[in-house]
Design a protein. Structure first.
Length: 381
């Protein structure tokens, strides 16, 4: 098989950015990283990166929509394909189509569509994120509380029925007993806490039961307070727990993000977009649950001013992590690739530039803009 050598770039490795390396790609995977100019490079095709950064493809675990499409509106392979193409333009090569709280039949259609997308090889589809319906009416955010329900055997069976890829489910620990959490985890579901009014003790009990992460930290949960740290304090304190963060400057103040980032060990905080249909689309409005949502000044809100996801893409999230949190570019990229891959348990072949990993790359220029996106060893068109 003929290999392609990606050369003349600054490659993100475990040691940071390095120059003078050639990344060899054969088929869909990275086969080696060698010094540029070694004899074996004479027999392969060379792709000049023109001094730009070569980083792992971004991985987004919370994508509600993109390209003018909302997953809840039409949970189908066609919608997944449209959303994936919109986000791929911004460097996202792996994502979880995310379903906001909805009826069981819509959940079933979404799970079936994701399963079909994965089995048919639809690029970038890693599984599904079910954000609800086991959420708290006290912290609904933009979700419709009428769609919330209690856990029962039928719902647990449905949630754990994907059979391929990864299933992430966001639940409210104040509404879901530890025994149910353990049941979901035992069935292979990655459980996160979110849209919850849980106090500190309840959150810790949920973490002990197997809750692995916190969905959009700070949003749709009680604030951190001096005598009641709540879910936020429990998550920042517990090194077992990953935290997703929407870094758009609207969901969380930059100073709050900096404090939270400093509190977590390296690798335990990752970027999410919580993206809605305007990403990758010229349309600035969409419908959600009968309400009109407008993208104004970089944020999605309903008529009452309630945040409704975001119009954030992952390339912008990376830039914002540099400018708002103050992390260097290599760490911002890891927050968008390596760390979410680790959270999902797919870091053995995604989220890194290393031999044996899938050849999913983003070529980033000096302004941190996306120049090229590679998926499965080829430039995405």
């Amino acid at each position: 098989m003929r290999a392609t050598a990606l050369v003349n770039g600054r490659v993100l490795t475990e040691r940071g950015f390095v120059s003078g390396r050639a990344v060899l790609v054969a088929g869909t995977h990275i086969v080696d990283i060698v010094e540029d100019g070694t004899p074996k490079l004479e027999v392969v095709e060379r792709h000049d990166l023109k001094g730009q950064y070569l980083v792992p493809g971004f991985i987004d675990v919370q994508v509600n929509g993109g390209g003018g499409a909302l997953f809840n509106d039409d949970p189908s392979v066609a919608t997944i394909r449209r959303i994936g193409a919109a986000h791929r333009a911004f460097g996202t090569t792996g994502f979880l189509p995310t379903l906001i709280s909805d009826a069981p039949e819509v959940m079933q259609a979404a799970i079936d569509a994701v399963r079909e997308a994965i089995l048919s090889g639809e690029p970038g589809v890693l599984g599904i994120h079910l954000e609800g319906p086991l959420l708290s009416p006290a912290r609904p955010g933009i979700h419709d509380p009428a769609k919330f329900r209690e856990a029962d055997a039928a719902l647990i069976e449905l949630v754990s029925s994907l059979g391929v890829g990864r299933t992430v489910m966001t639940i409210a620990p104040d509404r879901v007993a530890p025994a149910v959490i353990r049941e979901l985890v035992g069935r292979g579901v990655i459980v996160c806490a979110g849209h919850t009014a849980a106090d500190y003790a309840t959150a810790h009990a949920a973490f002990d039961a197997g809750v692995r992460g916190v969905t959009h930290l700070f949003n749709a949960m009680p604030p951190f307070q001096s005598r009641e740290p709540g879910v936020v304090g429990a998550a920042l304190e517990d090194d077992r727990v990953w935290c997703g963060l929407i870094v758009d400057g609207h969901h969380v103040h930059p100073a709050t993000m900096r404090v939270a980032h400093a509190a977590k060990p390296a690798g335990k905080m990752f970027l999410v977009t919580d993206a809605m249909p305007p990403v990758g689309s010229s349309e600035s409005t969409f419908r959600l649950g009968g309400a009109t949502i407008r993208c104004q000044n970089g944020k999605c809100v309903n008529d009452a001013g309630v945040l409704a996801g975001s119009c954030l893409d992952m390339a912008s999230a990376v830039r914002n992590a540099v400018s708002m949190i103050g992390v260097p570019l290599d760490e911002a990229v890891r927050m968008a690739s390596t760390y979410p891959a680790t959270f999902l348990g797919i870091h053995h072949d995604r989220g890194r530039i290393a031999p044996g990993c899938l050849a999913d790359f983003v070529v980033v220029n000096g302004d941190s803009g996306v120049s090229e996106v590679w998926c499965n060893g080829a430039i995405a068109r």
